[in-house]
Design a protein around this ligand. Structure first.
Ligand SMILES: N[C@@H](CCC(=O)N[C@@H](CS)C(=O)NCC(=O)O)C(=O)O
Length: 210
C-alpha cells in the first residue's frame, strides 16, 4: 500500500486531473502546498509542480514523481481508469495530448500575453483554436455513440481531464463550451459530474475554489 501527497500550489491548475483521478478511484490523498517555493523548487525532479509524493507504507520510502501527464497515467493505470484495449488506450493518450495543447494555448493567452494584447489573443483563441478543438472532439465522441465517453463504455482519465479543461476554459471564454455550443463535449462534462465519487468531491471542502 502507498500513501499519496499531491504537491502543488493551492489551486486546481495542472494538479486537478491528478486529484480527479484519485477521487474517482476512491483513493485517499493529502494536498501538500509549498511553504517557500523558492527554496523547495530545486528539490523537485524538474524544478516544477505538480508532483506526486508516493510513500510506501511498509518501508516508508518516498518517491517523487513529476510531470502531470506521467502522474495521471501512473495513477490511472494503477486504479483501472484507462481503456482496456491497447489501441483505445493510445487513442485516449492522443485525446489527452490534444487537451494539453488547448490548455497550453490558453495558458499562453492568460499568463504570457501583454495586457494590451489580451483581448485580441482571447478572440483568436475563441474563434480559431477552440472551434478546431470542439470539432475534433465532437467527431471522436460521435463515433462512440455520443455518450460522453471517448472510447468504450467507462470513464477513464481522459474524460476527467476533459471535464477539468472545460471548467478552466469556461473561465477564460465564458459560454464558449456549453450544452448548446459543444453538446458532445458537454456530455463528457455531465458524465463526469454525475460520477458518484466525483459528485461527492465537487461538493466537498477538498475542492479548490480556483
Ligand atoms: N510539463 C509540466 C509543466 C509544469 C509547470 O509548468 N508547472 C508550473 C506550475 S503550473 C510551475 O511549477 N511553475 C513554477 C516554476 O516553474 O517555478 C507538467 O505538466 O507537470
Amino acid at each position: 500500500m502507498a500513501s499519496y501527497q499531491v504537491y502543488y500550489f493551492p489551486a486546481k491548475g495542472r494538479a486537478e486531473t491528478i486529484r480527479l483521478v484519485l477521487e474517482a478511484a476512491g483513493v485517499a490523498y493529502e494536498n501538500k502546498y509549498p511553504a517557500d517555493w523558492a527554496s523547495e523548487k530545486s528539490s523537485l525532479p524538474f524544478g516544477q509542480l505538480p508532483a506526486l509524493v508516493i510513500t510506501d507504507d511498509k518501508t516508508k520510502q518516498t518517491t517523487t514523481l513529476a510531470q502531470s501527464a506521467a502522474i495521471v497515467r501512473y495513477l490511472a493505470r494503477k486504479y483501472n481508469l484507462v481503456a482496456a484495449d491497447p489501441l483505445d488506450a493510445a487513442l485516449s493518450d492522443s485525446v489527452w495530448e490534444s487537451v494539453s495543447d488547448v490548455t497550453n494555448a490558453m495558458i499562453n493567452v492568460v499568463f504570457r500575453t501583454a495586457e494590451a494584447d489580451k483581448p485580441a489573443a482571447i478572440e483568436k483563441f475563441k474563434n480559431e483554436i477552440l472551434p478546431h478543438f470542439i470539432k475534433a472532439h465532437t467527431a471522436l465522441l460521435e463515433k462512440n455513440g455520443n455518450k460522453g465517453i471517448y472510447f468504450g463504455d467507462k470513464i477513464t482519465y481522459v474524460e476527467l481531464a476533459v471535464f477539468n479543461a472545460i471548467d478552466s476554459l469556461e473561465k477564460i471564454v465564458p459560454g464558449a463550451l456549453t450544452a448548446t455550443t459543444a453538446p458532445a463535449l458537454w456530455k463528457v462534462h455531465e458524465a463526469v459530474a454525475n460520477h458518484d465519487k466525483i459528485k461527492a468531491y465537487l461538493a466537498s471542502p477538498r475542492l479548490h475554489s480556483r
